[in-house]
Design a protein around this ligand. Sequence first.
Ligand SMILES: [Zn+2]
Length: 504
Amino acid sequence: MRKPTRLIAFGAAGTMAAALAVPALADAPTDTTQFRDAVTVEGVRDHQAALQAIADANGGTRASSTPGYDASVDYVTDTLIDAGYQVSQQEFDYELFVVNAPSVLDPTSPDQAPYVDDEDFIVMEYSGEGDVTAAVQAVDLTLPPTAAPSSTSGCEAADFAGFTAGNIALMQRGTCTFREKADFAAAAGAVGAIIFNEGQEGRTDLLSGTLSPPQAGIPVVGTTFEVGNEIAGLAASSLTVRLATDVEVRPATTTNVIADSTSGRTDRTLVVGAHLDSVLEGPGINDNGSGSAAILETAEELAELGGTRNAVRFTFWGAEESGLIGSQHYVDQLAARDLKNIRAYLNFDMVGSPNFVRFVYDGDGSAFGVSGPNGSGHIEQTFVDYFASQELASEPTQFDGRSDYDAFINAGVPAGGLFTGAEGVKTAEQAATYGGTAGLAYDPCYHQACDTFANNSDTGLDQMTDAIAHTTLLFAQTKSAINGTGEATTKLGEASFRGHVAVK
Ligand SMILES: [Zn+2]
């Protein structure tokens, strides 16, 4: 049985006060100063420059199933082989969602100007293809919205009791997934679906979501609250719209890169991962060239140490942007014994955002109420303590399944990681603490063509890279259990995100 005191000792490793309190048999904290000096932000930037050059030579993208991704895989593979790792490329099949042409949402009776694609509305990922003109019928809407998100619009078959087959279903974001809404609507005979943002503060913007594979049977778009509310008002008397999507799902193959150290205890393996793919829209040098480059630099310097106590595996995931597919595939195909040998998973997805905050995944659920498996809290505390030791503030960010740790925590592996922010907007309080610009997105180029080599904060990236180096070496050398209490894994609620895209 493992005692809680060991958890405290482990979590506080590196601080003088805690070191004095550590029982004699507990793990001595590893001094990571030299290692952090060896892992440099210049080294990380060099790898990002290489990824930018790959994007430049391949149509400006490194999305999975593009030549830019394959070149990224080759670059990472070669670098890790040169560093002395045992490297494998793991191929897997998935369903790639492709938008062939802009979508249409056009009120035809009463006739109105068409809504603007990518501004007023956007096709949901894994939407069906189609071109329909039909009456819009509202499904169990809550207008005006209640104070807290709670709409169950389209979440149960009973919502469609009075639904006229052949109509387009108008639904509101809420408690269930977009997929559930779309499937209930299709089962009720809807020929299309419009799902609008729910309407509370923070839930009014364009609703860009994913239905997750397989492809839905009917066209489905998300809209802003304003547009949805307007359509609901018009539909209350009578409204016909044309809804058209030109999309397809193609079978595709892509690759994870997995690099194992050649020494260390394999029954206590530390896995350190980052997704290597970008979105189609851009080169993805912050998302997630930054995480990829930071762990690549860390891997190279770790190899220079000539061996660690525990085995370390660096992983570079494909098809994260299509819904965490590479990391899920990896965990799914692991034998039970191999999964058990993984003692912790560290994830780094966006660590160089230009308007950064030092976010740490809320592994213990203290801030957002959802915790990871036992040990996730210790990993969180290790990052928090490290930043504190450098007199740097940090704050928790939701551990909500929005990146590749999702498959690991669902399989009971303790996990944690860092994040410098994506499309979220910096508060005045955060600007006072971290610098940067209040009222501006953490990464104004998130998922855009401008996510280039220039889309970066050297300061933020440097601080994050040091924290990555520190934590990687600490867990690579620890004799302590990371999985602390031996109690059952906390089961997470249904995640709101699959990859970077909302599912509900
Ligand atoms: Zn990412």
